[in-house]
Design a protein around this ligand. Structure first.
Ligand code: GLU
Ligand code: ZN
Length: 498
């Protein structure tokens, strides 16, 4: 049997970690078995669904770099893949269910439904939901009234016992959670499948589509588990075999509560703006609720495809660890080539005005310098966004820091000026050295000859050249700036200090 699974988001919000985890696991599962991964838009809630969220979905996955085999944008044999374009289908099946005696027309007004709720509330009743009033309208009468145009919904008839004492239940098997059984009396009493305006509810559209789209596996977040008994009854009522179910562990914050904005970024947009790489996010998200037990942290998408199986899934909730994600991002930044990293951060640099006014693109010399500077920041960077700012000093003379910034430990102004004047003598040879090692050997020898501490010699020089005590590596900076510029900066500082 070919695996067919799907991601079925409702476009009512930005794509977030949880949704992407569901999509990714479905993608990996389908790919690992040579099957098909499908995107279906569940936009039956016309009030909450918005085009911007559909666009956000496409943008997010284009950026993440994995895609579905069938879907609204790419088509496929089960098109359309947008539920709002399939309303006629749901209507047909809802009426078919009534014909099979497994659903019924309900003529209750919204006011009546509301009144029941209020009365129960007043009586502190534990009962909830519909009172099954119209379940007892004789079918011929109900059909006649519905055909005559009386407003009605279609409800699912949850099987109840034939005789008193019967307690039917609904069983299903979850690939991860095992056998599950729900008493039918605990299932939403005869939920609406088709509303009076002809719109389907989630339950109807979801089940009909999973059947018609020949979905073999439903892999989704555990919060959907309570819908399963109802869906199983619905499949059965149509005479269909349900797909296999696999409910993924919840994603929690460090405090054990469901991951939410209170914990930090959750939308992929936000991570992207913060300077995360798509491959780092994918790698991290792929481990939320799955383990591959290889003592390995870094997996490419292909490696994940090769390894994924439902046996690798955990039942325990996954904890979203922002620090670990940062670590991943740093690792992925280090794996990029200089050209890639420069390309990935160039627009940020342009926006930050590294090459002139904000928005100004680099000329070819600036572009080359920018790319050549990547090794200076690559080893330490955690976010793409921090890279341009760290390199600003290469493109414009830094502002003159306060005098004390130049002072090595225990040194005063006089000593500092002397140290910097001495260092000036080796700047040319440092800038023209071929490597960090060569530069280091040079300055060490010089310090020894002068009887100076290496740190004392380097501190004022670093501040003069880069504008800060904490900066990217000094030798690399000197090489990129060149002897003339470096000397000019030191001279300007010497002037300023005196
Ligand atoms: N439309 C539901 C959602 O927004 C789909 C749940 C499911 O996968 O069945 O997540
Ligand atoms: Zn009714």
């Amino acid at each position: 049997m070919e695996i067919r699974d799907r991601y079925a988001p409702s476009p009512t919000g930005l794509q977030h970690v949880g949704g992407v985890r569901t999509a990714l696991f479905n993608y990996l599962f389908a790919r690992s078995g040579g099957g098909k991964f499908i995107l279906r838009l569940e936009d039956t809630d016309r009030l909450r669904s918005e085009d911007v969220f559909v666009q956000n979905l496409y943008d997010t996955f284009a950026w993440l770099g994995f895609a579905w085999d069938e879907g609204p944008d790419v088509g496929g044999p089960c098109a359309p893949y947008i539920q709002s374009q399939r309303f006629e289908v749901y209507k047909k099946y809802a009426h078919e269910l009534v014909g099979r005696g497994r659903g019924y027309y309900c003529f209750c007004s919204a006011e009546r439904i509301d009144k029941i709720r209020q009365e129960r509330e007043a009586a502190h009743s534990s009962e909830s939901g519909y009172d099954r009033h119209c379940r007892h309208v004789p079918p011929e009468e109900a059909s006649r009234r519905a055909s005559a145009g009386e407003p009605c919904t279609v409800r699912l008839k949850i099987p109840l016992g034939e005789k008193p004492g019967d307690e039917p239940s609904t069983k299903f098997y979850d690939l991860l959670l095992g056998d599950i059984e729900w008493k039918n009396k605990d299932i939403n009493p005869d939920p609406v499948l088709l509303k009076s305006d002809g719109f389907p509810t989630y339950h109807l559209a979801n089940v009909v589509d999973d059947h018609l789209m020949e979905i073999t596996h439903i892999m989704r977040a555990q919060e959907w588990l309570p819908s399963v008994p109802l869906h199983v009854i619905l499949y059965d009522s149509f005479g269909w075999v349900p797909p296999a179910f696999c409910h993924l562990p919840m994603v929690m914050g460090q405090d054990g509560k469901k991951l939410s904005k209170r914990h930090g970024a959750t939308s992929i947009d936000e991570f992207r703006r913060q300077g995360y790489l798509p491959d780092a996010l994918i790698n991290y998200i792929a481990l939320l609720g799955a383990s591959y037990e290889e003592g390995k942290d870094i997996y490419t998408l292909d490696e994940l495809v090769q390894r994924f199986s439902t046996e690798k899934l955990n039942t325990a909730p996954a904890v979203f660890d922002y620090k670990k994600l940062e670590w991943y991002n740093g690792q992925y930044i280090r794996m990029k080539s200089d050209t890639e990293l420069s390309g990935l951060t160039l627009n940020i640099a342009v926006g930050a005005g590294l090459f002139g006014a904000p928005g100004q693109r680099p000329d070819s010399a600036q572009q080359a310098l920018y790319t050549a500077a990547m090794p200076l920041v690559k080893e330490r960077a955690v976010f793409l966004t921090e890279i341009p700012e760290k390199l600003r000093y290469l493109f414009a003379d830094p502002a003159m820091p306060a005098k004390e910034e130049f002072f090595p430990k225990k040194a005063d102004l006089g000593v500092t000026v002397e140290l910097l004047s001495k260092a000036r003598a080796v700047i040319r040879s440092l800038a023209e050295a071929c490597s960090d090692d060569e530069a280091e050997a040079l300055i060490k020898a010089f310090a020894e000859k002068e009887g100076l501490k290496l740190g004392d010699l380097m501190m004022p020089l670093r501040v003069a050249v880069t504008g800060a005590r904490v900066s990217p590596p000094l030798f690399g900076s000197l090489r990129l700036l060149g002897a003339e510029k470096s000397l000019a900066r030191v001279d300007r500082v010497l002037e300023g200090l005196k």
